[in-house]
Design a protein around this ligand. Structure first.
Ligand SMILES: [Zn+2]
Length: 362
């Protein structure tokens, strides 16, 4: 049995601290050239997903056009398979059932591309991942990754259904799996300073049928509370759907995601009172952005989440709200990467963790 590699280690292994040395090569059919670098579907992942020497940043973030994606990087199913294999097995191929490295290639890939000599089973790159047992071609997963990372307001299952020729049910399933992958990139232990705020997502009470109208209660009746945190240093966001925006819940959320001693900025909601190293700004008396004690960063994240709500999804069910929130936070957190790197981050989230499919659908 080999040592388990974490998703974080896998990300570092693939995207790591590689610096550019490559010279511009002659253009070939399966080549995409960028400033100072040449990448092809055959280029080893480490060389393909280069980070600019000046560090990742918006001005250096490299996009991929849909044409480059389909014509050059992923012209066929084989190229998509090699890409997934290069990521999941960056540390060597192992069996999707028992993790053994004692595996063999199967001639003609029949019935599956690989054979495990230990558990005597055939397996493929999909085995033991959320793609396990799914007939959706890997190339369609890649295209869905592309759409999900490049669409800041999210992608509806109707769009995936139409663009990828899948049933809407399959498309819906696919997007939820991708949300799980994005959730992987929302874990943090912030050093701060952090901004913490809460917002409310859900149907407008006035649009509801009279029998469904909620008459009592304080604040935004009929909506679900979401609490979020933004680390000003790393720009990372962590957010969660919560049942009540009360002191116990808010304190637990904050303390679970920060290092002790982190400075916390919030508004004057009473639920934040009593936190350590805490400064607040009084929105209720019209005191905005008083010095450093403001929550503008996390509020701009809420604005993106709400644009997705109104512009793309129109509805986020309470049951799945945490997945939508993870989708937006995850996408926010990987935004400084190049497009292809963001897709790698999704693939790592899908396959890096040795999570059984049955654990995911529980
Ligand atoms: Zn095995």
């Amino acid at each position: 049995m080999k040592k388990k590699i974490t998703q974080q280690e896998l990300m570092e292994k693939i995207l790591g601290d590689y610096t550019i040395t490559g010279k511009k090569k002659k253009l070939t059919k399966r080549t995409v050239t960028a400033k100072k670098r040449t990448v092809t579907a055959k280029t080893p992942l480490k060389k393909r997903h280069v980070t600019h020497p000046s560090g990742p940043g918006k001005s250096y973030r490299k996009g991929v056009s849909l044409l480059e994606l389909l014509d050059d990087l992923f012209p066929d199913e084989q190229s998509a398979r090699e890409w997934f294999e290069g990521i999941r097995w960056a540390d060597g191929r192992y069996c999707g059932y028992c993790d053994s490295e004692n595996t063999k290639r199967v001639p003609n890939d029949k019935p599956m591309p690989y054979w495990c000599s230990d558990c005597k089973k055939y397996f493929s790159i999909k085995t033991g991942t959320p793609m396990h047992g799914s007939p959706i071609p890997l190339r369609k997963w890649v295209i869905a990754f592309y759409l999900m990372t490049t669409s800041l307001k999210g992608v509806s299952s109707m769009k995936i259904h139409r663009d990828l020729n899948l049933t809407q049910k399959t498309a819906w399933y696919m997007i939820h799996r991708i949300r799980e992958a994005l959730a992987v990139h929302t874990v943090m232990m912030a050093n701060g300073p952090v901004e913490v705020d809460e917002t409310y997502v859900g149907g407008k009470n006035r649009n509801k049928h009279a029998s469904k109208k909620l008459k009592s209660g304080r604040g935004p009746v009929g909506k679900t509370a979401v609490v979020g945190m933004k680390d000003r240093q790393t720009n990372r966001v962590r957010a969660a759907a919560i049942e009540h925006a009360d002191q116990v819940t808010l304190h637990a959320f904050v303390n679970e995601n920060i290092e002790p001693g982190t400075t916390i900025y919030t508004d004057d909601h009473r639920g934040y009172l009593g936190l350590e190293n805490h400064e607040s700004v009084k929105h209720s008396v019209g005191q905005y952005a008083e010095g450093k004690a403001h929550t503008n960063g996390i509020e701009s994240f809420w604005a993106t989440l709400k644009r997705g709500y109104y512009g793309t999804y129109h509805k986020m069910s309470v049951k799945h709200l945490h997945r939508y929130v993870a989708e937006f936070a995850g996408r926010h957190n990987i935004r400084s990467l190049d497009t292809i790197e963001q897709m790698v981050a999704l693939a790592v989230g899908m396959v890096g963790k040795r999570l059984r499919y049955k654990d995911l659908i529980r």
